[in-house]
Design a protein around this ligand. Structure first.
Ligand code: S3P
Length: 424
């Protein structure tokens, strides 16, 4: 995909539904009794993988674009899939579903694409095993394919080594099948969509600070879920609005859950101007319209408990930092190495190709902004977030080529069309 310099992006955009919330609506809706109707569902490749897996276990799901109806089968209504479950590129599908599969009365096997099968699964294997589960990495690498033998589970108290909503959610979902409460304590609070949604469906779940506790024994009841726009997808348009002169973009109905809004805090710290309009505190998840206009950005420091609230936005933030004045230091972000790609390496390589001054560290990067930047050929290795972050960079520099650009479909089908629709 070739990206030319933009003369400005103007207008109003509805950002596609939140990927994390969409996955959870399908899985939790499937485990509920009765019907769950989901509006503004994200029909991206990752979420379609979750739908496919649930259908293979006997869940009837009607899907028409952004409208989804899940006919829940109840906690004990899933049936043994007749073949391997395919999670595609989706870590969320694999890790959350493994928690559910561990407590079933049948065995299963789950795998995915080349990227997924190189991502670490020990982080769920270890605690699920402590719960009495049997989850085995088939080739002994600690990665998928995973062989899961359904077993009766016992509740545990588990301190996660990293702040990861996928680990936490895996254990909370397994906790639905345990014989006693399951407690997950995180080093920093990760996104809390599972806790919120499980509560809405009637689960006995409480959270306080970085601790979440689920008690088994409640029946989940199907309900209506409206998925807010994905702030991780909004991030590309926030950055474009800030970086491309002449822009003014209004993004409708973006999720502003405090465990996800680190990008807004970083933009503010960098001196950027994003106005929150029309905040809504909908059942389960808060949202707002966001208005962004260009502004001069300065470097900042990003680390600690802020990291889990913006982990998926770091490719875009690194690009913004390269266009900003002064130095940006990112720490505590070693998790970047085990995302869809090694994003620490790939961000560093691609920004270097553009002429930026960037040094990768053990757990983050140092970006000295203000260097003259130019277009380049960007290697994405099929990583959707790399493609979108550097497409935005290309709107500023021009002459940018994004390899493997179709990978944006993983989280944002129609991304390039959306950019075009706002272009002057
Ligand atoms: C997600 C959690 C995060 C995030 C991913 C989606 C989720 O991963 O990076 O895109 O939906 O729970 P980790 O839990 O591995 O940090």
């Amino acid at each position: 995909m070739k990206i030319d310099a933009s003369r400005g992006l103007r207008g109003r955009l509805t950002i596609p539904g939140d990927k994390s919330v969409s996955h959870r609506a399908v899985m939790i809706g499937a485990l509920a009794e009765g019907t769950t109707r989901v509006s503004h569902f994200l029909p991206s490749a990752d979420c379609l993988s979750t739908i496919d897996c649930m259908r293979r276990m006997g869940v009837a799901i009607e899907h028409d674009g952004e409208s989804l109806t899940v006919h829940g089968v109840g906690l004990h209504g899933l049936t043994k899939p007749d073949s391997t479950l395919n999670a595609g590129n989706s870590g969320t599908t694999t890790r959350l579903l493994s928690g559910i599969l561990a407590g079933q009365a049948f065995d299963s096997r789950i795998t995915g694409d080349a990227s997924l099968t190189s991502r670490p699964m020990k982080r769920i294997i270890t605690p699920l095993t402590k719960m009495g589960g049997s989850v085995i990495s088939e080739n002994g690498s600690g990665c998928a394919p995973l062989l899961i033998s359904g077993r009766p589970l016992t509740g545990i108290t588990y301190r996660t080594p990293v702040a990861s909503a996928q680990i936490k959610s895996c254990l909370l979902l397994a906790g639905l099948y345990a014989d006693s409460p399951t407690t997950v304590i995180e080093p920093a609070l990760s996104r809390d969509h599972s806790e919120r949604m499980l509560k809405v469906f009637g689960a006995d779940i409480t959270s306080s600070g970085t601790t979440a506790v689920i008690r088994p024994g409640q029946t989940l009841r199907g309900c209506d879920i409206h998925v807010p726009g994905d702030i991780s997808s909004a991030a590309y348009f926030l950055a474009a609005g800030l970086l491309v002169p002449g822009s003014e973009i209004r993004l409708d109905h973006v999720g502003t859950n405090a465990t996800r809004d680190g990008i807004l805090r970083v933009i503010k710290a960098m001196g950027g101007d994003v106005i929150c309009l029309d905040s809504r505190g909908e059942e389960g998840e808060p949202s707002a319209d966001l208005l962004v206009r260009p502004g001069r950005l300065t470097g900042t420091t990003i680390g600690g408990s802020l990291i889990p609230t913006l982990i998926d936005e770091l490719p875009m933030i690194a690009v913004m930092a390269a266009f900003a004045d002064g130095e940006t230091v990112i720490t505590d972000a070693a998790e970047l190495k085990v995302k869809e790609t090694d994003r620490l390496m790939l961000i560093t390589e691609n920004l270097t190709r553009m002429g930026a001054d960037i040094t990768a560290t053990d757990n983050g990067m140092i970006i000295r902004g203000g260097c003259p930047l130019h277009g380049a050929v960007i290697e994405t290795l099929g990583d959707h977030r790399m493609a979108m972050a550097f497409a935005v960079a290309g709107l500023v520099t021009g002459d940018m080529t994004i390899r493997d650009a179709a990978c944006v479909d993983v989280s944002f089908p129609g991304f390039f069309e959306a950019l075009k629709s706002l272009s002057l």
